[in-house]
Design a protein around this ligand. Sequence first.
Ligand code: AHR
Length: 652
Amino acid sequence: MKFMKKLAALIICASTVSDCLAIGPTFTLDAGHSIGKVSPILYGLMTEEINHSYDGGLYAELIQNRAFLDDTKRLIHWSVVNDTVSGATIALDPTNSFNDKLTTSLRLTVMEADKKHPAGVANSGYWGIPVLPKTEYRAAIVARTDSNFSGPITVSIVSEDGHTVFASEKFSGLTTNWKQFELTLKTGRGAPTSKAHFVITLDQPGTIWLGLVSLFPPTWNNQPNGFRKDLMQMLVDLNPKFLRFPGGNYVEGDTVETRFEWKKTIGPIAERHGHPCPWGYRSTDGLGLLEFLEWCEDMKVEPVLAVYAGYSLKGAHVNPGPDLEPFVQEALEEIEYVTGDTNTKWGAQRAKDGHPAPFHLHYVEIGNEDWFDKSKSYDARFAQFYDAIKAKYPQLKTISTIGNDQPETARVHSRSPDVTDEHYYRSVDTFLHMSPDYAKKYDRNGPEIFVGEWAAYETSFPPWDKLSQKEPPTPNLKAAIGDGVFMAAMERNSDLIKMQCYAPLFVNVNPGGRQWRPNMIGYDAISAYGSPSYYAFQMFSRNVGDESLSTASRETSVQGCATRDSHTGEIFLKLVNPQTNAVSLNIEVNGVASLASTGSAITLSGNADQTNSLDHPRNVVPVTTAVRQVKPQFVYTLPPNSIVVLKLKPRS
Ligand code: AHR
């Protein structure tokens, strides 16, 4: 009798395969019904001036210290050019400045020079000037002279040893008044190199003053004052939906005076004084408020605008009340600059700056990481900003910078923020443990969540100020696995988690270029690469449906999430195997009668310590393969240390 019962159970099991309890590691998803909407703007980018992200990074300006303001005592990044016959000196000359924003100039005095033995000044760029073959560079030089000299002046891109001239042009017509000269330098054939300088020389004695020297390669969409093409392409390839700017700590500044003061970042570049950024170098502000907005426009993404809220990184705060009011007004004016019609004061200014059409804005973040404010003034400061913003722009969603990752007592209580920003810099192990339950406990009726900064570290959180420059600037595959489990957790909870972005985005990998690790994208003057974390993010952001499906796992440390495209029915099943051995996983897709027998898999895998670099940019990259014999219940083998996106189509 017992035997007959067992046999009957086996027969039932064999006829309804997908209802069987599979033995061993199992991942189940319920495609029968959606458990909620996936946020359409879940995946985005966070950016700030850190690691030479803009100057020496995305912002395509090639001249470092173009306005001679980087050091008030020394002419850094500039050097004299002469030979055994010619002679010249250079000096900072604050008594002779172009305007009240660019408060100094470079005085070049050539004592000895002729056509065969020119003398002048060279700029070393941001760790070299990138020379690409058959390329046009736009130079702009603000200069004047004394009454004894009017030119000509030679402008060239020259190899570091001075032996090869890659491109050269001349201009003359200098007077004792400041004038701006524009030139196009064209390179010929030849291998790309960044071992080059930008050189300005005279072939006769004379004195000139330079107020500003700028050099741009071709930029993304040919924008003047624009962005590096390769880095923009890498960002677009991430399929982002929003951009959080201008920080991070960059919006706060070290002090109130060195905050991101948006009004000083607009208008012609010769009107931008620049300011010290909190990461130990000076920002030109060449990438200013309008450029951030145009960056969003170029990527077709939502701006998430952070406004300065009265707290700065080194601990100073502005008291809520009358003291804070000017900063609240500054934020309101900033929002008007972004969104106002041209009949508003700041909308008109935006039009004057070259962009008459207002930008769409839905999110405003009030400050950054205000849990650091020991005075505990954030609740009152937030309330003051909240009331003013809501009164004028009721449609805007306000983001509080103190989220659920901080103690309840630290959060905002006097108002209800629409969104709260959580930051997670955690070790891979921590992410592996916290991700399964992440956000389960959260109040679904509370504020939406923005995970505005996060990254997995291979081991523990390295304090940025004690960072060893020996460590690779970008993470390895192990870290990407940590990223994968956390992204799966955020995607599973995307009814609540509306936006998330990795940080930091960029790093210039040259010695002295970085202040933080790990970072998503590395580069030098001429090339760039994505870290394994870059590719993990790309796999998630490019393969996501609009409906969430419930998932469960048994007997496995594999973590994952599933979504479906409600238009095509395609299912995106993301699986992360943190183990060093392969896992044969029973995959059960419940709630569907059948699936197309061929699907595809995108796989990122390798040794945990493998990584990418400038020299080896494609060690760890995703690979797409076909998956055959797909059924509602099938076995799929995940490689060791892997992130896999399975794309399963309904049977047509
Ligand atoms: O991403 C680097 C820094 O980490 C950000 O500027 C800051 O917000 C956080 O502490």
